[in-house]
Design a protein. Structure first.
Length: 184
């Protein structure tokens, strides 16, 4: 697993518009899911401006972080799509692309390859149970409404909290494929 110094050194390529705070403190996501704290992990705390054009560079940086700790097995594409959809929802629907608001992202990568991502917006929230099913015949031709469906399909666990202003995404460990320490 990479040292704290090597992780911090990557901040030189961080766009100045992203605020990054790296730490090894656990918040509550793993505990909320009943996950053990015995597996070593690294946690990254970031925020992004509420601008659609900030999503791709922000996500590129986040995926570089995740790939350092997760063995490539094809599921990293699922993580990237799900996080992109969640970021887009937070920026567009949560913060309404308000330049005065930010989206906050906490990413936790365990040594065994498990990924936990929490995305928080400053919007009014929503009830995820009321989002129409995009596979229903009356919704199939709609130009919108597939993001939450994709997030749920691509991640192992998804939780909406705090009235819908927080989404927590989990992709299980893929350690059985090979050791993440091979990624130096």
């Amino acid at each position: 697993m990479g040292s704290k110094e090597s992780i911090a050194s990557s901040s030189a390529s961080t766009p100045s518009d992203f605020r990054t705070n790296r730490s090894t403190n656990v918040r509550s996501f793993g505990k909320t899911l009943g996950l053990p704290d015995s597996v070593p992990f690294v946690e990254l705390h970031q925020s992004s401006p509420s601008q659609v054009e900030a999503i791709s560079p922000f996500l590129d940086q986040l995926m570089r972080f995740i790939r350092r700790f997760r063995t490539e097995d094809g599921s990293e594409v699922d993580i990237e799509i799900a996080v992109r959809e969640a970021l887009t929802n937070a920026i567009v629907h949560g913060n309404h692309e308000n330049a005065e608001k930010r989206v906050y992202v906490e990413s936790r990568c365990s040594q065994d390859g498990e990924v936990l991502v929490t995305i928080r917006d400053l919007g009014q929230g929503f009830d995820s149970r009321l989002v129409p099913d995009p596979t229903a015949s009356e919704n199939r031709l709609s130009a919108h409404g597939r993001g939450i469906y994709l997030i749920r399909a691509l991640m192992d666990e998804v939780q909406f909290e705090e009235g819908g202003t927080v989404v927590k995404l989990r992709k299980q460990s893929n350690a059985s494929h090979s050791s993440p320490e091979q990624k130096d």
